[in-house]
Design a protein around this ligand. Structure first.
Ligand code: SAH
Ligand code: SF4
Ligand code: F3S
Length: 453
């Protein structure tokens, strides 16, 4: 490459939606620093692997990917720089470069605003840079304000980061640090910019988003909770739908229940992980709530919004989980009746309390339990989807489908809905009559276009 030619960056994202958001913001700040976005690693001068540490498999993937990038560098003869960001960067720091010396740069999630400067140092020949500080300044104050024009009809917006809950299995409190909320004014300003770019739906992100307590705007005193923030977001012209994820049962407050009744833009869908249905296991997980308390929350939500769709996360095979404990997990799933859920085998994570426990559940038992949980959850998801057939749902059309003339959007309950519609309908809200349903998506036909707000 000559000095004057434009450099290109490729970012690969692993893990949760917060990483997706962070990758978008990193791309924007690198674009500002003169990098264009490459569509694959083959074309890039800088490859960023934005990593996840939540389970062993996710974390190990990084090393095979670095190996592939190193091969690419050798075969192409180009000087491709490799950066590792995200939660593996934070958890393993300099250890990454010991295991994978091909890595030029390691940057933790709280230092992304320094990325252009760090990349510049790498360009100038510095090697082995590691930045995993938790700086006093917030990255949100320093990342570029403009979002790229490529933003579609639905966007993520991180409002809260970090976690103080310390569930005994989880790395997030160590990789993302203490709970911190962005000021209300900064969130509203970003949401207004997004709405101005045609965004119709915003999903507020946080590891514990319902613990949000952001500094009040306009010199007001104290902090606002999530319901207050959602109310103000509801007043932004052009925004039609609001969502938030992920919530913790302990942080459900009265205002938030009421928001599902009073805020017409808040969608009737809540991702509320419970992890297990057994009280002794919940205690060992340090979840700070019982199964009954969780069920009471669900009942309350449904008394306020009878059509509320509930989603969850489950861990099977947590150390010490007996057959009875596991039966209690199946029981709570039956009691809640989920619209959608994720389930995982317990994966011991270095540095977390649960990893040091003596009795680990054998791998075959974990596999059997995971299969049973997923079977039940899939049945519930299919039943929920079939229950929508014949109804008319409001759909936000977000992207093109595989078939010619097909567009895909989301229902209020987060289901993917396929319709035949002309391309210019992308980004619009339409009323769709649901004609059929499978486990993973619905099909329908547009009965009318809704008025644009
Ligand atoms: N803050 C969220 C999400 C955390 S990570 C919450 O409190 O729920 C997303 C999910 O990954 C968790 O809900 C949990 O189900 C799963 N998970 C986290 N650590 C895990 C581990 N060590 N093994 C298996 N699954 C894990
Ligand atoms: Fe992890 Fe628990 Fe915090 Fe969720 S609440 S991020 S599972 S420690
Ligand atoms: Fe993974 Fe970090 Fe998200 S560990 S799930 S990328 S917060």
């Amino acid at each position: 490459m000559t000095e004057t030619s434009q450099k290109r960056v490729f970012i690969r994202t692993y893990g949760c939606q917060m990483n997706v958001y962070d990758s978008e913001r990193m791309a924007e700040s690198l674009n500002k620093a003169g990098y264009t976005t490459a569509s694959s690693a083959d074309e890039a001068d800088l490859v960023v692997l934005n990593t996840c540490h939540i389970r062993e498999k996710a974390a190990e993937k990084v090393y095979s990917e670095v190996g592939r990038m190193r091969m690419l560098r050798e075969q192409s003869g180009r000087d491709v720089k490799i950066a590792v960001t995200g939660c593996v960067a934070q958890a393993e720091g300099a250890e990454i470069q010991r295991r994978a010396p091909a890595v030029d740069l390691v940057v933790g999630p709280q230092s992304y605003h320094r990325l252009p400067e760090l990349v510049d140092r790498v360009e100038r020949g510095e090697r082995s840079i590691v930045d995993t500080d938790f700086p006093t300044e917030s990255k949100f104050d320093h990342l570029p304000e403009e979002r790229s024009a490529a933003t579609g009809a639905s966007a993520f917006l991180t409002v809260q980061e970090g976690c103080d809950k310390f569930c005994s299995f989880c790395v997030v409190p160590y990789t993302r640090g203490a709970e911190e909320s962005r000021p209300v004014a900064s969130v509203l300003a970003e949401a207004e910019r997004l709405a101005g770019q045609g965004v119709r739906e915003i999903t507020l992100l946080g590891q514990n988003v319902n613990a949000y307590h952001g500094e009040a705007p306009n010199g007001g005193s104290g902090t606002w909770n999530l319901a207050g923030l959602l109310r103000a977001l509801g007043d932004i012209d052009g925004l039609e739908r609001l969502r938030f994820t992920t919530s913790h049962p302990k942080d459900m407050d009265e205002d938030l229940y009421q928001a599902f009744a009073d805020n017409p833009k808040l969608m009737p869908y809540l991702h509320l992980p419970v992890q297990s249905g057994s009280d002794p296991i919940l205690k060992a997980m340090n979840r700070s709530h019982t199964a009954a308390e969780y069920l009471a929350i669900i009942e309350r939500l449904r008394s306020i919004r009878p059509d509320m769709a509930i989603s969850g996360d489950f861990i099977v095979g947590f150390p010490g989980e007996s057959d009875q404990d596991f039966a209690d997990t199946l029981k709570i799933i039956t009691q809640v009746n989920y619209a959608q859920a994720y389930s995982f085998k317990y994966s011991p994570r270095p540095g977390t309390p649960a990893a040091n426990v003596e009795f680990h559940v054998p791998e075959e038992v974990k596999s059997k339990r995971l299969e049973a949980v997923q079977h039940l959850l899939n049945e519930q998801q299919l039943a929920f989807n079939l229950g929508c057939v014949g109804r008319t749902l409001s759909i936000l059309l977000e992207r093109s489908g595989k078939e010619d003339g097909q567009l895909i959007g989301r229902s209020p309950y987060m289901q993917s809905v396929h319709v035949m519609a002309p391309q210019h309908r992308l980004g619009q809200m339409v009323d769709v009559e649901i004609l059929s349903a499978g486990a993973n998506s619905l099909k329908g036909r547009i009965i009318m276009a809704q008025q644009a707000a």
